[in-house]
Design a protein around this ligand. Structure first.
Ligand SMILES: *[C@@H]1O[C@H](CO)[C@@H](O)[C@H](O)[C@H]1NC(C)=O
Ligand SMILES: *[C@@H]1O[C@H](CO)[C@@H](O)[C@H](O)[C@H]1NC(C)=O
Ligand SMILES: *[C@@H]1O[C@H](CO)[C@@H](O)[C@H](O)[C@H]1NC(C)=O
Ligand SMILES: *[C@@H]1O[C@H](CO)[C@@H](O)[C@H](O)[C@H]1NC(C)=O
Length: 184
């Protein structure tokens, strides 16, 4: 988006000068680092298992992306697939959140077509579909990312800008169960 636009506009404007190129490069570089990003999970393929679509490969989608605090992951999916976020590697590996701790696992969806998840904690965070006893998760519907500090979390909007309504923050629908997972 910003980067392509920049390349087009500025390179047209300054096509004869190397200064224009440098300026454009500088703007591209800073705009990527200066703004929170929204990442559409799987791009056009959405958030599904690989039985639903054999092209699904979330590890490939994650590769080369830098995720930071304040960014959003946008999951485009359907009622048959869910979005579970966990900070617990064991919960992730089990593809099962039923016995997860409420303090490390969030059930984001119960069938909405679009789920926007803000990245609020640095470090590893894991996502999977919890439907069908982990079957979809085991069929490729899972990925892990490392969230970097980046700009840090956005500050609440300042009172000096009264016309701007605060952005709605998505709230998890259901908290996962509170019991601990069984030790195997
Ligand atoms: C990112 O997604 C969130 C949640 O849907 C939305 O509030 C925000 O405006 C989006 N930001 C951009 C830059 O699209
Ligand atoms: C991600 O961060 C690394 C290290 O700072 C950087 O080299 C790379 O270009 C970044 N990638 C993207 C897509 O911003
Ligand atoms: C829902 O997902 C399950 C498991 O992945 C699959 O067997 C079933 O066909 C799907 N149903 C629909 C309506 O897509
Ligand atoms: C989360 O809850 C479990 C069980 O109640 C507890 O053992 C664990 O220390 C808690 N973790 C954090 C990070 O609060």
């Amino acid at each position: 988006m910003g980067r392509n636009q920049c390349s087009r506009d500025l390179l047209l404007l300054f096509s004869s000068s190397s200064l224009g190129f440098l300026l454009c490069f500088f703007i591209s570089f800073t705009s990527a680092a200066d703004a929170y990003q929204n990442y559409t999970v799987g791009d056009n393929l959405g958030w599904f298992d690989n039985k639903h679509n054999p092209k699904i490969n979330y590890q490939r989608w994650v590769a080369g992306k830098n995720f930071s605090l304040g960014d959003f992951l946008i999951f485009n999916t359907d009622k048959n697939h869910s979005v579970i976020q966990t900070y617990n590697l064991i919960t992730y590996k089990r593809c099962d959140y039923n016995n997860a701790n409420a303090n490390d696992t969030v059930v984001w969806s119960a069938g909405q077509p679009v789920v926007a998840v803000p990245l609020l904690k640095e470090g590893m965070t894991y996502f999977f579909s919890g439907n069908y006893d982990g079957k979809q998760c085991k069929h490729g519907q899972h990925f892990k990312i490392k969230v970097l500090h980046g700009l840090g979390l956005p500050r609440p909007s300042r009172p000096s800008m009264p016309r701007r309504r605060p952005k709605p923050v998505p709230v998890p629908l259901v908290a996962a169960g509170t019991s601990r997972y069984p030790i195997r």
